[in-house]
Design a protein around this ligand. Sequence first.
Ligand code: SAH
Length: 389
Amino acid sequence: MNEMAQVPRTSLVGLSRTELGAALAELGEQPFRVRQLWHWIYHRGARDFAGMTSLGRSLRGRLAERFTVDRPAVSREQASRDGSRKWLLRFSDGNEAETVLIPEEDRGALCVSSQVGCTLTCKFCHTGTQRLVRNLTAGEIISQMLVAKDATGEWPTPKEGRLLSNIVLMGMGEPLFNYDAVAKALKIIMDGEGLAVSRRRITLSTAGVVPMIPRVGEELGVNLAVSLHAVTDELRDILVPLNRKYPIAELLEACRTYPGASNARRITFEYVLLKGVNDAPADARALARLLDGIPAKVNLIPFNAWPGAPFENSPPDVAARFAAILNDAGYSAPIRVPRGRDIMAACGQLRSASERERLSRFKARQAAGIADDDHAPPRPQPDVHILPT
Ligand code: SAH
């Protein structure tokens, strides 16, 4: 047997330029090769070394022995009636996460996951009911974009008219609990010699990890979206339990001072409309008052249901009234049209298939009155640091 084949090869996807230089130095190669490799990986979308024709044959061979530019396996691909596409990706340790491409007429956004599962346990979110969690690496975050670009054939990256023009960190997980990997991935995604997505076309959504918010503005300069969903701490403590740690006033103060926020670059506040819970006219008025002084817009998100969800979507007239109150107070507040609901690709519906199957097995057993041995409490994951200290 070939011994080389036994050595696990390192993925070059997600390495910084410096790290790539070190990897090349291991092979005795000069730093100028970094630029060539970068171009092949991130501009041309090469999926193996054999096609990197500007590198000599011998170097290609030596690279292939030690490294890979492979993609994660696609466990499942689904297409929505509305044109959205969802990929369930399986990483090398068997963990899975989803990514969703949401095309619009003249552009398209890729909704990227930052963790496998999520520890936030927001009451209305399906991802939050999943127990297995680990942080994704920078390479795993970037590879979601590579897979989507492979599928749409968007290589080499065109300058204009891209189908995959925008990135939203609104998939599974809380990006600010995995800041280092997210920041590293975004810096690579923004690099002008590669994937070249401008920071103005990237939006990071957080449930409100207040101490990390200034760094997003200072170090990355991307657009900020905040999942607010309630106007009192009493309700937000329940809907978004992270609020107990970082209450509304602290969160809004971080938004008020977010570096780079301006009327031209507003902060987006996401507000899921839950029937009879947070959708009263008084809530809308309170929301307008809370946002006073912040360059803000509001995205009103219809609640996307999932099996067993304890909420209902607000009726259209209630949602319209809520929006009108915000509009009258001077805020843009579109009611978002859910995308990809038919393939469980809409906000809050992402989850790994394996976990979904586990839950449906559990439910079937429960219905049949069989003892519950498949519903152990969440297992701690000592090898990953999820909650900030
Ligand atoms: N953890 C980050 C990133 C997730 S973004 C955050 O909380 O912002 C996903 C967005 O969808 C969040 O605003 C989330 O609150 C919202 N969401 C979750 N479940 C939803 C559901 N069932 N219907 C509509 N929106 C939902």
